[in-house]
Design a protein around this ligand. Sequence first.
Ligand code: NAP
Length: 349
Amino acid sequence: MAGKIEVGILGATGMVGQHFIRFLQCHPWFEVKWLGASDRSAGKKYREATGWRLDGVMPGSVGELTVGECKPGNAPHLIFSALDASVATEIERAFAEAGHVVVSNSRNHRMEPDVPLLVPEINPEHLKLLPHQRRRRGWRGQIVTNPNCSTIVLTMGLAPLLPFGITKVMATTLQAISGAGYPGVPSMDIQANVIPFIAGEEEKMQQETQKILGEFTGEEIRPLAAKVSAHCNRVPVTDGHTVTVSVELTAKPQEQDLLACFDNFVSVPQQRHLPSAPPRPIVYMPECDRPQPRRDAERERGMAVFFGRLRPCPVLDWKFVVLGHNTIRGAAGAAVLNAELMRSEGFFD
Ligand code: NAP
């Protein structure tokens, strides 16, 4: 264990908190040493405070840790956050103010202009917002966020197309029930059904996409000027968000140009061999009926995005399907990759 960076998890008892614990098990750089949750859990052993909802058993190494209150003090410098959105704003801010690096999965700070909404394959340079964040707010620490679980899938599908000039995007989601946390959507509502509404989700997808694909100007992020329209649906799938996308591009690329872009897409996490980076962040599937959530979402440890069904769109220019694991690439795994990118930039030296 020598040389590992100690980390804490805010909201460790919840669904995403559990994904953090599982994802960080045996991590080569990070070791979970501290857990925080609400008053209901504080003071209890993790195994008593937590109803373990993931496949397999709770990692023994965390079961005996005592859950703390979500207050800075004894927590490690690097903190992952999986806090309920009703409390994340104040708690994450308090930790950043006290000098912690908060790598958050909650939505609360994502759209603040000086907070990076980071996808290491797409916008690693957005980390340059952090000195501005510290200066403006007078914090010793900082907050970095990852996107909403459907936005990350969409933006990974769009990122290779940026050189062609994206002007319009129409995206329709088929979102897994695990995205609603536990116990989630009542079974009477979701079995053999589709629910064509997820509160706040369409707005998040539209705004977050423009920020993630935006350009760092030296001071702030200039959002991508493309129009983005999202339709969000909850479907009876356990894990894996599918997004069907139509896109208009300024340059009018041919199919082989697009396929080459997707095929050759690697970025900073792959070049730096970050431990959680999939070797190929976007995996093209030529089969006409793939990707599928049950068959593909878990591949590559849930960290790759699967892309298929590229074909001309009679309304915009091209259309395709993209799929990603919502609680791994869309939540805990995304935040861990963000922290790995930060470590590779010397943030924790
Ligand atoms: P969850 O299962 O309800 O867990 C919420 C966590 O927050 C629990 O650890 C809970 O502790 C803690 N908490 C609640 N009230 C608190 C308080 N007053 N003080 C301190 N801690 C408190 O929620 P989740 O599904 O894991 O989601 C966590 C966050 O990730 C949310 O912001 C959500 O929007 C976001 N997210 C979720 C997903 C997903 O797929 N589920 C995907 C992306 C993003 P107790 O157990 O002690 O109550």
